[in-house]
Design a protein around this ligand. Structure first.
Ligand code: ATP
Ligand code: MG
Length: 440
């Protein structure tokens, strides 16, 4: 079991003062899985004032004193130390109205969400496993502690946490727990949208995202109902052997686990059903689904309260995902100038994932995308000009050269950029100024 020195020290100090203390939850779970924990939670029989007294010589922050939590800084590491507690009277499917402190570790473990998160450990006692968490970790199972319906009713965020852990760890959700999640999914409407979004993003970036999305699409549709039109939607196209939702889940799996990419994959075809046109041969066409999808995605992401940067990245990726462009430096420079290098490489990932999500015989091969990457990398490496800021002249230079300041300045610079990319004029100050004088 790997525990940081700071965590061990804190547990020892509490034990020396006569209390029980254990590392608990995520850090124990992750350590057993062979990962180095990023944050440590400690659970103790000491009451908050007693904990504060034990650490009177350390920096103590009263983070959640009402719920029995103080944060202690040891060797610059923040440790959340919480008194054993029982959560009482959940009235809003999210927050306990009251917590009751207890001296029993078992009671404290019983309030935790899943068996794999209800493990405690100290060097003195070894692992304490009251609910079969070790076996579930070994078998890759997410199982609610206690009575499933009751636990999801107490706190509906646990529904998303279950899906997230299953996706991130590549685990199965145990049958009764899964049944209860489906049954209680509407309770998600009572949780804060920010908490939902942050769990959704972790879920999307997990290695089991495809499987979990397919199994629990009904849960996803509670807060993102716009996606439900993809379910069972037959794409009526020879390149596709999956329904639109199955294809979407596959595209998610095929992208690198980066939030903007996985979100773009989730929404890339959201407008397909509304754009459907069937031709005389019975083949489905979806003109305009990319820009319309981008519009819908932006709307949803606004509702999910995601930050502006994520929103515009996803919007742009969805909007451009159907834009096939030639693998030629000029076209690539234009795109690089419009969307920047990072977005360009992300767009290629999305296109590749999209193609991989179709019938295998239509995949153009890895070299196809690699070629696009190679050309762009070369352009960047050689610092070739592809954006206004790369031009050898700027607005000030034009004014100094006698061009009167006007709203047309932007247009002039844009024409210069086009000319440089087209190689009609070299990216040199004198040549550019000369070129400007010839413009109508
Ligand atoms: P991670 O930190 O990787 O997101 P974690 O399991 O550590 O996962 P935290 O939110 O840090 O999650 O919570 C620490 C522990 O507190 C959990 O392992 C679990 O025992 C308990 N816990 C957290 N949220 C809930 C909840 N909504 N219901 C019940 N127990 C919870
Ligand atoms: Mg944690």
């Amino acid at each position: 079991m790997y525990l940081s020195n700071a965590c061990k020290k804190a547990i020892e100090s509490l034990e020396k003062a006569g209390f029980e203390a254990y590392a608990v939850g995520g850090c124990v779970r992750d350590s057993i899985l062979g990962k180095i924990p990023t944050d440590y939670d400690i659970t103790t029989s000491a009451l908050p004032d007693e904990t504060k007294a034990v650490f009177k010589n350390e920096h103590v922050i009263e983070t959640g004193i009402k719920h029995g939590t103080v944060t202690v800084l040891i060797e610059h590491q923040p440790l959340e130390i919480t008194t054993f507690r029982i959560d009482k009277n959940y009235s809003d499917n999210r927050h306990p109205e009251k917590v009751e402190f207890t001296r029993s570790l078992k009671d404290d473990l019983a309030r935790r969400d899943f068996t794999i998160n209800a493990l405690a450990y100290s060097d003195k006692t070894g692992i304490i496993d009251e609910f079969g968490g070790i076996s579930d970790l070994e078998h890759g199972i997410i199982r609610a502690v206690g009575e499933t319906d009751l636990r999801f009713n107490e706190d509906a965020l646990r529904i998303m946490r279950a899906l997230r852990f299953a996706s991130v760890l590549g685990f199965e959700i145990e049958e009764k727990t899964a049944e209860s999640i489906h049954k209680n999914r509407e309770l998600l409407k009572n949780i804060s949208i920010e908490r939902f979004s942050s769990e959704l993003i972790k879920l999307l970036c997990g290695k089991g995202a495809e499987k979990i999305l397919l199994e629990f699409s009904d849960v996803l549709f509670v807060l993102v109902p716009e996606l439900s039109v993809l379910k069972d939607f037959n794409q009526l196209h020879f390149r596709h052997d999956k329904t639109a939702f199955e294809h979407t889940a596959a595209v998610i799996k095929n992208t690198p686990p980066k939030p903007v990419l996985r979100l773009a994959a989730l929404f890339h075809d959201i407008a397909k059903p509304r754009c459907l046109n069937i031709d005389e041969n019975g083949i489905g066409h979806y003109y305009g689904h990319a820009p319309i999808g981008a519009f819908i995605a932006k709307d949803i992401l606004t509702r999910l309260k995601l930050d502006n940067e994520t929103k515009s990245a996803v919007e742009e990726l969805v909007r451009l995902h159907e834009n096939r462009f030639p693998a030629e430096p000029k076209a690539i420079k234009r795109l690089l100038g419009k969307i920047g290098a990072e977005r360009y490489f992300d767009l290629l990932e999305l296109m590749r994932a999209d193609d991989l999500g179709k019938k295998a015989e239509h995949f153009p091969g890895e070299e196809f995308y690699e070629n696009y990457r190679r050309i762009a990398k070369e352009i960047i490496k050689k610092s070739e000009c592809f954006s206004l800021s790369d031009l050898a002249v700027n607005g000030k230079d034009l004014i100094s050269a006698g061009i009167p300041p006007s709203p047309k300045m932007g247009e002039i610079l844009q024409s210069l950029l086009e000319a440089v990319i087209d190689e009609t004029v070299p990216n040199e100050k004198a040549a550019l100024l000369d070129f400007v004088k010839k413009l109508p």
